[in-house]
Design a protein. Structure first.
Length: 381
């Protein structure tokens, strides 16, 4: 039997039969905003979530961050979108009900859902806690084949994300939001936070290291905050002189205008690690030249078009490397949330109603947000 609480004027969870026994769980109605084609604006959309199972957590979505990946996917810029598409993978909400086998969560608890809701769980990567690199099939929070779709769904039905009022997720892919964090400002941690935290941890960023962050947007501003909290000397690279003061406010020790060749040259051969968050195609050579021997630059921005191929000599003469990183596993994501709870780190956000999402996309393309839009899902109720 699912344990349930009431959610704003409606009964949530399983109903009781006339005999007092628990009736079978029913699919959960949800309202959302969806893209119906690559060129259409997002608009109102209704659907049902699956009936919660024994290991499922039903969540009333309160807030959902707006990631650049949402825009890429809604507009099919990566050429793999299934329509209708309900984006959103930076989700914070309140537990409405839990299945009888759920052990980690209870009704009323503030929880999060990030970029994935299932994996094979058996491959070496999944067993190591790196579900994001599942060798078989990872189920992303939206735009993946939903193998747990409601009964009667057409084959190949896709997952729908957090631009919606309800989620039903296996407890193993639900995360606990630390007390004391603003839940709305914590929502972007579920993608922007873990996307920057994971490579910083993997490459061992710590006190005494010099770390560069390229780009000051949704990802970059989190990279600055996290690297500073890890004890590194943080240098922010931006093309905009107007972001110097903000970069320092967020925690950068120094801000370099990357278009200024003299400023860049002063940092040659000095960085232990550079986190490149820019989601637009650009020349990487200028940053590679800033790395020490054995230094690494990790790319986490996913541009629509490929970067120009870097000059090989820049790499081989100092054994420098370029790598990429994709979010983090569930265990590491919870570690990141706990780290943010300890250091009181959240995203800088601008709250919007769901009805402003199309305007937000256009503003995001112009970098006209500091630094993450977050949707208040109360606007759909």
């Amino acid at each position: 039997m699912a344990t349930a609480v009431k959610a704003k004027g409606r009964s949530a969870g399983r109903k009781l039969s006339m005999s007092g026994a628990a009736a079978p769980a029913e699919p959960i109605p949800a309202r959302a905003y969806a893209a119906r084609s690559a060129t259409s604006p997002l608009g109102d959309f209704s659907f049902v979530r699956r009936a919660p199972g024994p290991k499922d957590v039903q969540i009333e979505v309160l807030y959902c961050g707006v990631c650049h990946s949402d825009l890429h996917t809604a507009r099919n810029e990566w050429k793999m979108t299934q329509y209708p598409c309900v984006p959103g993978h930076e989700i914070v909400g309140k537990v409405v009900s839990v299945g009888k086998k759920v052990k980690k969560f209870k009704p009323g608890q503030m929880v999060g859902v990030g970029c994935m809701v299932e994996s094979c769980r058996t491959c070496p990567n999944c067993r190591a806690g790196d579900e994001q690199y599942c060798d078989n099939e990872i189920t992303f929070t939206y735009n993946s084949i939903d193998h747990k779709a409601p009964a009667g769904s057409a084959p190949g039905t896709q997952t729908y994300g957090g631009y919606s009022t309800q989620m039903v997720v296996d407890e193993d892919f639900v995360l606990s939001i630390p007390k004391g964090l603003d839940p709305a400002a914590a929502a972007p941690l579920l993608c922007a936070g873990i996307t920057t935290y994971s490579p910083l941890r993997h490459w061992g960023v710590k006190k005494g290291m010099k770390v560069g962050i390229v780009g000051l947007g949704g990802l970059g501003h989190m990279g600055v905050k996290l690297a500073r909290a890890m004890g590194a000397k943080v240098v922010l690279f931006t093309t905009s002189a107007g972001k110097v003061a903000d970069g320092k406010r967020l925690g950068a020790h120094e801000v370099v205008i990357s278009k200024n060749a003299d400023e860049m040259a002063r940092h040659a051969n000095s960085f232990d690690f550079i986190l490149n968050t820019v989601a637009a195609s650009h020349n990487l050579d200028a940053y590679i030249a800033l790395l020490k021997r054995d230094g690494n630059m990790c790319l986490v921005g996913a541009p629509e078009h490929p970067h120009p191929s870097p000059t090989v000599f820049n790499l081989i003469f100092k054994r420098r490397s370029i790598a990429g990183s994709l979010i983090g596993g569930i265990r590491e994501t919870q570690e990141m949330l706990n780290f943010c709870g300890k250091h009181k780190i959240v995203s800088d956000i601008e709250m919007i109603p769901m009805q402003k999402i199309n305007e937000a996309y256009e503003r995001m393309l112009k970098s006209d947000v500091k630094y993450r839009f977050v949707i208040d899902l109360a606007s759909l109720k």
